[in-house]
Design a protein around this ligand. Structure first.
Ligand code: CP
Length: 293
């Protein structure tokens, strides 16, 4: 049984399925089960709306106490203290579990694997965002797709996307299919199946997921990308014969990767993803705190 949720490649598929199943059983609970309260550190060194707040909601609903670091502002990192020292000092205060988001390159696996408490990655650099990939798949199951039916096309800034990288890992564990679409400059070196046009995406896929162009991670070597060619619009969706699902992990830059008129597309799952985030994060807390009785 894994002790932390940092990299989905470390999780056996049977345990990933158990965690997704647990999120559905929690949703069905009619009465609140009394649980021992734990202390959860929510350490968000990078801004976040969905992940941070859904972990806060998950802690409340699971009857755990939490403390929050919401960006480095107000911490001594503003005075030059390193992330490593900040973590060492917070861990010395003995939380029962920490959730961490950071965009710093810091060898999380080496550091976290020696800790005695569970750690959940809430998004790390460009590498991974495991609970996001899990909640995306949960939303698709909730809306009627069996895992083996899923053919997910991820569109846009693949190179800088922790979500795309976690889907690559999760798809290998669960057996769904993933392809990517975007300009050459937005592709990563990973082993994704690549599509080359929206038409091909409509033909191959039953789920489209737009990604934000993560300009904060682009540098002077980032070449122009033809975002309009890959932009998801209502007009383009009307040309999708099988009328599949539309997703976006958020935050969305309307008018760039996707247009406002897609809000009322009938198979738009974007808010369902936000809701699934709470169930998956409650399940992750229960699983890792071994609070399964
Ligand atoms: N999807 C996601 O991680 O959103 P936030 O950055 O708002 O948490």
């Amino acid at each position: 049984m894994p002790n932390s949720l940092i990299d989905l490649r470390d999780w056996p598929s049977s345990e990933i399925k158990k965690l997704i199943d647990l999120s559905f059983s929690i949703e069905k609970e009619s009465t609140k089960v009394s649980k021992s309260s734990k202390l959860v550190g929510l350490l968000f060194f990078e801004s976040s709306t969905r992940t941070r707040i859904s972990f806060e909601v998950a802690c409340s609903r699971e009857n755990h106490q939490s403390f929050l670091v919401s960006t480095a502002a107000g911490t001594s990192m503003e005075k030059g203290e390193s992330l490593r020292d900040t973590l060492d000092n917070i861990l010395a205060m003995n939380p029962d579990l920490i959730v961490i988001r950071s965009n710093q390159d810091f060898d999380q696996k080496d550091y976290f694997q020696n800790l005695k408490i569970p750690v959940i990655s809430a998004g790390w650099g460009q590498l991974s965002h495991p609970t996001q990939a899990l909640l995306d798949i949960r939303s698709l199951i909730k809306n009627g797709l069996a895992i083996e039916q899923i053919k997910l096309v991820i569109i846009g800034d693949i190179k800088h996307s922790r979500v795309a990288h976690s889907h690559l890992a999760l798809s290998e564990k669960l057996g769904y299919q993933v392809a990517v679409l975007g300009s050459d400059s937005m592709m990563s070196n990973d082993s994704f199946k690549r599509l080359h046009s929206m038409e091909e995406a409509f033909e191959w896929g039953n789920v489209l997921m737009a990604l934000r162009y993560q300009k904060e991670r682009h540098d002077s070597s980032t070449q122009d990308y033809d975002y309009e060619k890959f932009q998801i619009t209502k007009k383009k969706l009307e040309q999708w014969p099988s009328e599949g699902f539309l997703m976006h992990p958020g935050p969305i830059n309307y008018g760039v990767e996707i247009t406002e008129d897609t809000r009322d597309y009938k198979k738009n799952l974007i808010l369902s993803q936000a809701e699934s985030g709470v169930w998956i994060r409650r399940a992750a807390l229960r699983y890792l705190l071994k609070d399964l009785t």
